[in-house]
Design a binder for this molecule. Structure first.
Ligand SMILES: Cc1ncc(COP(=O)(O)O)c(C=O)c1O
Length: 310
């Protein structure tokens, strides 16, 4: 991770070292924050943010589910993000907006605490490594189940909920794997610690439905469309744990990992234990889409305006 010069915080651009909060910030104690992970890529037309408006729409939905209104409009956050990227002179970067309950009354009722917002940008390599994107990664099925709608809100990208992913991630790393796949409360495949899952079998591509406790991934939606556009059948359905090991190919999608193949699950080779042809095809077109090389997906890109010199 490389740091930036400035961060946007509550309407102001502040130096990286000055982006501070009070230790009694509600979100630090109770996880009352929602966030997004977004990427901007260098394209021929300039820096472009991938599905920026879709990410901001999800931020608003995540906030709504936790009784928060965004303190700035989506358009204000969008424009601030453009300016932040320009101020930090990044051609490509990761973008992290966070909306959080700030310092105010302590206790579990957050409704009197101010809702604050920040956006940070930094250069960040793919979550499961460049090497992982090329050769695939090894995962285990986590002993932790994905949070269910019985106790939390899988649809909201809320900070406190990520303790579930943190535990699964630590468990997978400590036991010698790169990633964990979590099952939902019924034992169906749900998702990775920060990725959605796709299974390829006999030329049909399947992915767990919204009811399997998943986050409604923006890259999931993009890859579903790409899969269909490539002429494959795409099915949203419950997936049994054993189907991971018996698949021809499995791949993961998410802003952080982009599209990363899974080549082994619980020490069992998936297919030929290397990224398969369908995965490669989807990965290539996805890569072209985010880098502005696929005109049919041009509407997914939010170009960062270059400031005019006066
Ligand atoms: C738990 C979880 N699932 C799935 C995803 C993939 O979502 P997206 O494609 O919008 O990045 C993420 C990443 O944001 C995540 O944190």
């Amino acid at each position: 991770m490389s740091t930036a010069d400035q961060i946007w915080m509550n309407g102001e651009f502040v130096a990286w070292d000055d982006a501070k909060v009070h230790v009694l910030t509600h979100a630090m104690h109770y996880g009352t924050a929602v966030f997004e992970g977004i990427r901007a890529y260098e394209t021929e037309g300039g820096t472009a943010i991938f599905r920026h408006q879709d990410h901001l729409a999800r931020l608003e939905k995540s906030a709504k589910l936790y009784y928060m209104d965004l303190p700035f409009s989506k358009e204000q956050i969008r424009e601030a993000t453009h300016e932040l990227i320009v101020r930090n002179a990044f051609k490509s970067c990761y973008i992290r907006p966070l909306v959080f309950r700030g310092h105010g009354p302590m206790g579990l009722n957050p409704l009197e605490n101010p809702v604050e917002a920040m956006v940070a940008v930094w250069e960040w390599a793919p979550y499961l490594g460049e090497e992982g994107k090329v050769n695939g990664v090894r995962a285990r099925v986590s002993s932790y189940r994905r949070i269910s709608a019985d106790s939390l809100i899988p649809h909201s990208k809320a900070s406190g909920q990520y303790l579930n992913s943190v535990l699964a991630k630590i468990e997978s790393i400590k036991s010698g794997y790169q990633e964990a796949i979590l099952l939902d409360d019924l034992g169906h495949v749900s998702e990775g610690t920060g990725e959605n899952v796709f299974v390829v079998k006999d030329g049909v591509v399947s992915t767990p439905p919204q009811t399997a406790g998943i986050l409604d991934g923006i890259n999931r939606k993009s890859c579903m469309q790409i899969v269909r556009d490539l002429g494959y059948e795409l099915v949203e359905r419950d997936i049994a744990r054993a189907e991971l090991a018996l698949a021809d190919e499995v791949f993961l999608t998410g802003t952080a990992c982009e599209l990363t193949p899974l080549v082994e699950i619980d020490d069992i080779a998936i297919g030929a234990s290397e990224p398969g042809p369908v995965t490669r095809q989807v990965q290539q077109l996805f890569d072209d889409a985010v880098r502005g090389r696929a005109p049919q997906y041009a509407e997914w890109l939010d170009l960062v305006p270059v400031p005019s010199r006066t």
